[in-house]
Design a protein around this ligand. Structure first.
Ligand code: KIV
Ligand code: ZN
Length: 523
């Protein structure tokens, strides 16, 4: 276990790719997960929970790929406390330099009675057996007591003592339904820390949901009570109201060292970039007033505040934007920028492109710079996304719309599908609807649009429109995104992006034939 108890380090266990991905509309394909995992490693998280391998073949492949590719960071896979889940998690994380199996079972009476239909004794037996089973594969095994914060504390302590004896190296206390309050949670953790035999030899983790908006506060209270690992997600995405936000916890520890006296291994200058990348991949924006990463988090609007800031920054600023990787005077690229500057910018944004990919992106950069004066980081994100090597099935070749207040909107669209150019035209309620109806006619895509959002990338009418659209196909959501100076074109490309993701998803499912042999289950 690489945990130095004397160093006063709070471990950051990132679950953006697992609990975060359970946010409605946040599903990501393998390539996107790998990109985000690379950025999480650069950010300095201690553990990446890469997915729930038994949940689907796609999830399994994603965890396995991340385990193979991302080094120097722990890769965890989630498993319910049963042999099938645990073996599947092991089969995916075993490729990692530092693999972790994270197994869980609910311990509260309400879950025991209605969901698991088990007695307390049966639960302990199952937890212990499954812990031993996981340990037969891998040393690092985390045990989570789902709904711990609503579990009878004496029973929880008993469960914890038994799983420690069975070999658990980490205990996680989830506030699964976001029910706890900070003072109560502090006492809960303190109690467990004081009474569970053997707890001093394991990592004590918490995992707080945000149903009452208390995810961050509860996590910080747990740190004061002695927890040494926090499970959290970028931008606080996750099931329902989400999880505790990584950037908030890390910056609270950083800014209020006087209170917490704890550090993390996070490179705070990578926080904003990571948040932006997640937003870009999922199409889920954070609200403007979101702490640390929201658009307005460092904006001073009131005259009195502006005056104070000009006289002395610390009057109204408790941390600098630079500390979290926001550049107020960032270098803006434009049509006079050369390839060298462009390449350097790509590097600083964390894109690892080969020469051919850089050349392709540079041509697009030049063409965009002819249309708009200033090219920002978000514009570059959109250029690189367009270069994705997986977007070859459908390619938008042409789009033309007639619209206005006196005509019925009408669109004509041409799409290259597997090298064959197909054309169609349709009417619609508005120009975007007409374009989407035309695309559906050509591709036969029987999908429903369940989300659509247009934003401008940094402001003026000259800016690129950044469109995010989510389509649903048989219960699976695919979010596509595209930016263009014409928002109808951006909308068409975003839809095509969804269709390409849907295609890759279905292809991945077909291709995963190379499965691990079934385990010989212990009884
Ligand atoms: O919220 C929860 O209880 C979880 C567990 C699986 C850790 O996500
Ligand atoms: Zn959770």
């Amino acid at each position: 276990m690489n945990f130095d108890k004397n160093k006063k380090i709070i471990r950051i266990f990132d679950t953006t790719l697992r609990d975060g991905e359970q946010s409605p509309g946040a599903s990501m394909n393998i390539e996107e997960k790998l990109n985000l995992a690379r950025q999480l490693a650069r950010l300095g998280v201690d553990t990446i929970e890469a997915g729930f391998p038994v949940a689907s073949d796609g999830d399994f492949e994603a965890v396995k790929t991340i385990a193979q590719e991302i080094k120097n960071v722990e890769i965890a896979g989630l498993a319910r406390a049963n042999e099938k889940d645990i073996y599947r998690a092991y089969s995916a994380v075993k490729f990692a330099e530092k693999p972790v199996i994270h197994t869980f079972i609910a311990t509260s009476d309400v879950h025991l009675k209605y969901k698991l239909k088990m007695t307390r004794e049966e639960l302990i037996e199952k937890a212990v057996n499954m812990l031993k089973y996981a340990k037969s594969f891998i040393d690092e095994v985390e045990f989570s007591a789902e709904d711990a914060s609503r579990t009878d504390i004496d029973f929880l302590q008993l469960v914890f003592e038994e799983v420690i004896k069975a070999g658990a190296t980490r205990l996680n206390i989830p506030d699964t339904v976001g029910y706890a309050t900070p003072f109560e949670f502090y006492n809960f953790i303190k109690n467990i820390k004081a009474n569970v035999k053997g707890i001093e030899n394991v990592i004590l983790s918490v995992h707080c949901h945000n149903d009452l908006g208390l995810g961050t506060a509860n996590s910080l209270a747990a740190i004061l009570a002695g927890a040494n690992q926090i499970e959290c997600t970028i931008n606080g995405i996750g099931e329902r109201a989400g999880n505790a936000a990584l950037e908030e916890i890390v910056m609270a520890l950083n800014v209020r060292k006087d209170i917490y006296n704890m550090e993390t291994n996070i490179k705070t200058a990578e926080l904003y970039r990571t948040s932006q990348l997640l937003t870009y991949i999922t199409g889920i924006s954070v609200q403007p007033n979101k702490a640390i990463v929201g658009k307005n988090a460092f904006a001073h609007e009131a005259g009195i505040h502006q005056d104070g800031i000009l006289k002395e920054k610390t009057t109204y600023e408790i941390m600098t934007p630079e500390l979290v990787g926001r550049q107020p005077n960032e270098l803006v690229l434009g049509k006079h920028s050369g390839k060298h500057a462009f390449k350097e910018r790509l590097k600083s944004l964390g894109y690892l492109l080969n020469e051919e990919e850089i050349d392709k992106a540079f041509i697009k950069f030049k063409s965009l710079a002819d249309k708009k004066k200033d090219i920002y980081d978000e514009d570059i994100d959109s250029l690189v996304a367009k270069n994705s090597k997986h977007s070859e099935k459908y390619e938008l070749k042409y789009v033309n719309v007639v619209c206005g207040d006196t005509v019925t909107p009408f669109a004509m669209v041409k799409i290259m599908i597997d090298g064959e150019l197909k054309t169609s035209s349709e009417w619609g309620n508005g120009p975007v609807d007409a374009v989407y109806n035309s695309i559906i006619k050509i591709t036969g895509a029987n999908c429903t649009v369940v989300g659509y959002e247009v934003k401008s990338i940094r402001g003026t009418t000259q800016a690129q429109g950044d469109v995010s659209v989510t389509i649903e196909d048989n219960g699976i959501n695919f979010t596509g995104r595209s930016a263009h100076t014409d928002i109808v074109v951006a909308s068409a490309k975003a839809y095509i992006n969804c269709l390409n993701k849907r295609y890759i998803y279905n292809k991945n499912l077909e291709n995963i034939s190379e499965k691990e042999p079934d385990p010989i289950y212990h009884t």
